[in-house]
Design a protein around this ligand. Structure first.
Ligand code: PNS
Length: 168
């Protein structure tokens, strides 16, 4: 990227990436030349995951094969430090509902406190995705429900494999 390029980070757990995440990432391309989809490492998170960080990154790459402006990677440590190291000035987060707001607002203000040069941009998803979350996809998938409307084919393949290998 040239020095004048605007780089945005789209951080998250992405366990796994859903069509709701994809929608936000594609929308963020209107505000940046390059979008780094950054999967937070377990060490920075309390939650236990279904997929490893490496698998999550691989799925994001498969989903965005058609989009050279999107790069998937993982990160450890503080998000603002990762953003600084990669020359990113924007953090993009999706806001699905009022219930997301408090947590997102707190993170945005804390990230600004930690690094004032990084601005957080909240994007609203397509209304069809406003109820969607990766945790619901994991739960429905684990219980044998149909999650095809909520994830792209490469993710669906891995979910099938994962649940086939964990079912009794
Ligand atoms: O998809 P999630 O789980 O809501 O994403 C949360 C994430 C990864 C964006 C957040 O936990 C994060 O930024 N972690 C990195 C560590 C960090 O910078 N923590 C301080 C946030 S103010």
């Amino acid at each position: 990227m040239t020095t004048s390029s605007r780089v945005a980070v789209c951080p998250g757990s992405f366990d796994p990436i859903t069509v709701g995440h994809e929608d936000i990432i594609r929308r963020s391309l209107a505000f940046a030349d390059q979008v780094l989809v950054a999967v937070a490492h377990r060490a920075t998170q309390v939650k236990q995951g279904l997929f490893s960080v490496e698998e999550r990154v691989a799925m994001i790459r498969e989903v965005f094969l058609d989009e050279p402006r999107v790069e998937a990677t993982d990160f450890t440590g503080l998000l603002v430090d990762f953003a600084r190291d990669r020359g990113a000035t924007l953090i993009v987060r999706g806001l699905r509902a009022v219930s997301d707001f408090e947590y997102e607002f707190q993170m945005a203000l804390m990230n600004r406190q930690l690094r004032p040069e990084t601005e957080t941009l909240f994007l609203a998803p397509h209304v069809e995705h406003s109820f969607l979350s990766a945790s619901l996809v994991r739960e429905i998938g684990a219980l044998g429900g149909d999650v095809r409307p909520f994830v792209s084919p490469p993710v669906m393949r891995r979910l099938r494999e994962r649940f086939a290998s964990t079912s009794p």
